[in-house]
Design a protein. Sequence first.
Length: 248
Amino acid sequence: MTVALLNRLMSENKFVLEIEKENFKGSGVYLIKNIINDKIYIGSAKKLKRRYQLHKDDLKNGKHHSIHLQRAYDKSDTVFKFYILEKVNDVDALYEREQYWLDHLQPFSDKGYNILKIAGSAKGYIPSEETKQKMRDYWKNNKHPCLGKPSPLRGSTVSDETKEKISIGNRGEKNGNYGKKISDEIIQKRNKKAFKAVHQLDCNGEIIKTFQSILDASKHLNVYGGAISRVCRKEYSQTKGYYFRYAD
């Protein structure tokens, strides 16, 4: 049983230490435990202390990637404890050790908060139609915490050295589309979507202006194109006070 095994490990193994009390900045496998219901989340990081802080900040700001963790935190921000499950000196072995603990503690479904069963990969995970619908319903009724806020990277300048590194990292076989042939049908669909005209509306639904594309509207109004697209698809009611719909 997961809870019994975890409690035994925590009582017998001294390497299971609370991250808050351990001034360890190396790599390893970590565990987040809900002390109320014993549910757990397992992950790995090259810099455990940094990852710990990121989890805390995301939960505090209501934008954690795990909606289950976020909901539990929102009920009580004192229910979680963060632990170092295993220190790993060889960063290349991180996923291997994370997989070991995933297999042993099985933090899935009613036992934990992990969704993906393969460390470092979304391979094999297919969200159910019910999950997809829940996600659609949630974002129809809730604003994303970043919606309407300027990007933290806006105005920043990328150095030529960084640009070159990005370029090298996307060349040849390193590029995810390397060797793949895009069909004419897909190209046509992309072009049709990219250049689909959109209407800017007032609060009464009357057309104020028509733009040739979402990109065109984004540039003129300084509004994120993805948000305009969501308004046109009726996922959002408006963005930054602007209303849109696709031109017929």
